[in-house]
Design a protein around this ligand. Structure first.
Ligand code: FES
Length: 207
């Protein structure tokens, strides 16, 4: 008498021997099928999985770029920024205000953005100008140059400063106007622009 067939696991249909996926078949989920039509289907499915993976990676990578963006901005803020040319700053000792423009780069765009303003001043025969930030150290208003008194005045709480940025008492500002590193290269004036905390007696760079 013939032996009965071995029991099959519950929920898993048995496949005939010799068929793909069966006990002695050559194809499985991880190896391509042998017939041309089945192979085409296998290639289409594999391509769809690969393309889907790449498409899924794009938002993840752009998210990473946005996450790293403040780090990139920090490094660009530490560079010397071109402000103007030496020809545009007469050596007559009178301060002139210039906007400071920095390049901003994010995941998709590269743009120029104003980041602040400085006063540049050059005395007769001086090769390198003096650079003062235009922001008042008291609470951050923009100071104005007052030509009749040859001094700086802050319109917010009346701090006043000499033409080279020293405090004229009485003034509520806790310190002199902030100086910045400045250099001339190929007739262009470059400034290491930084923001400082207001309301402090010491000049402290904002990170
Ligand atoms: S912000 Fe300039 S005096 Fe207060």
């Amino acid at each position: 008498m013939a032996n009965p067939p071995p029991p099959q696991p519950f929920g898993k249909p048995s496949l005939p021997a010799g068929k793909p996926g069966g006990p002695t078949g050559k194809s499985s989920a991880t190896s391509p099928p042998s017939s041309p039509a089945a192979r085409r289907g296998f290639m289409v499915e594999t391509s769809a999985v690969v393309i889907g993976g790449i498409v899924g990676l794009v938002p993840a990578l752009s998210g990473l770029a946005v996450f790293l963006d403040p780090l990139r901005r920090k490094s660009s803020a530490e560079k010397l920024l071109r402000v103007t040319t030496l020809d545009a700053l007469p050596d007559d000792g009178i301060p002139r205000q210039f906007a400071v423009i920095a390049e901003h780069v994010d995941a998709w765009n590269r743009s120029l953005e104003p980041v602040g303003a400085v006063y540049l001043r050059r005395n007769k025969g001086e090769a390198t100008p003096q650079c003062l930030t235009a922001t008042c150290p008291h609470a951050g208003c923009f100071v104005n140059y007052d030509a009749p008194t040859n001094s700086f005045k802050c319109p917010c709480h009346n701090s006043t400063f000499t033409v080279d940025g020293q405090i004229i008492e009485p003034s509520p500002s806790p310190r002199a106007m902030d100086t910045m590193e400045c250099e001339v290269k190929d007739q262009e004036i470059l400034v290491k622009f930084q923001n400082y905390y207001t309301g402090k007696t010491e000049k402290v760079v904002k990170e």
